[in-house]
Ligand binder design. Structure first.
Ligand code: NAP
Length: 247
């Protein structure tokens, strides 16, 4: 049976880079996306052209039903060995006194509940206590979790703070069950997430405040994520690694 990894938000940005790299590392990739079918299909085609196996599954990670369907689709591909909890959203710059309930609900539901729903499905399948073969989970946090993102997206930053705590808690919960759980905190990475926050040029504009004086790229983050997921990180659990050019 093939070793399968589920990558949420695998159609673009960091998730797509993880999908390409995980396929190269020998995983069969079940990549999830929410609406951009063309982008997801392009990643699948690229992986298949390179001799790998991938499948794209539409679904909102904030929907419990969609997440259950996503993991059922992954079951058809082989044995689940990894989860990259990558799907995440931010909104436009805003102070807390202007944040609508709809905005807060969307950020918290996607970034926090989505990661919990997916981790639950992964643990059900991978825990040796439940008959699984073990595996690894990598959660996407953000350097924003440490900075708080005042006057910009304190909601997003707080959702990533929750992910840092979740990484630690889940890692300890399943440490004896063959599952390692780690996190990655990217800094400013050149992806389309900044456009969704209303600032397509954000990565380039903020170069000066980054100690390494440049933004990162999705591939640099994917290298850290896929390493944490791999057997090469066999004694690493409960850790969150900054991939942020020193920021
Ligand atoms: P991105 O380029 O905006 O891509 C987002 C991906 O998530 C897309 O594949 C999108 O699917 C998917 N997605 C969005 N909402 C979803 C939902 N409700 N259900 C399922 N999939 C959903 O983002 P990125 O920059 O690669 O960010 C990836 C992760 O890294 C996020 O967790 C983000 O918070 C974190 N991060 C990014 C940066 C950065 O500077 N880029 C920094 C720190 C942390 P569609 O293609 O279908 O829309």
């Amino acid at each position: 049976m093939a070793d399968v990894v589920v990558i949420t938000g695998g159609s673009r940005g960091i998730g797509a880079a993880c999908a390409r790299l995980a396929a190269k590392a020998g995983y069969d990739v079940c990549l999830n996306y929410v609406s951009n079918r063309d982008a997801a299909s392009a990643v699948v085609a690229e992986i298949e052209a390179a001799g790998g196996t991938a499948r794209a599954v539409a679904g909102d990670v904030g929907s419990n039903d969609d997440v259950i369907a996503l993991f059922k689709a992954a079951d058809e591909m082989g044995t689940l060995k990894g989860l990259i909890n990558n799907a995440g959203v931010l909104d436009v710059r805003s102070r807390i006194d202007e944040m609508t309930p709809e905005r807060l609900e969307r950020i918290m539901r996607t970034n926090i509940l989505g990661s919990f729903f997916c981790a639950r499905e992964a643990v059900i399948r991978m825990s040796t206590k439940r008959g699984g073969e073990g595996g690894a989970i990598v959660n996407l946090s953000s350097i924003a979790a440490l900075l708080g993102a005042p006057n910009q997206y304190a909601d997003y930053a707080a959702s990533k703070g929750a992910i840092d705590t979740f990484t630690r808690g889940l890692a300890l919960e399943v440490a004896e069950e063959g599952i390692r759980v780690n996190g990655v905190r990217p800094g400013i990475i050149d992806t389309e997430i900044h456009a969704s926050g209303g600032e397509p040029d954000r990565a380039r504009k903020l170069r000066d405040i980054i100690p390494m004086k440049r933004e990162g790229n999705a591939e640099e983050v994917a290298e850290a994520i896929v390493w944490l997921m791999s057997g090469k990180a066999s004694y690493v659990t409960g850790a969150t690694l900054d991939v942020s050019g020193g920021r």
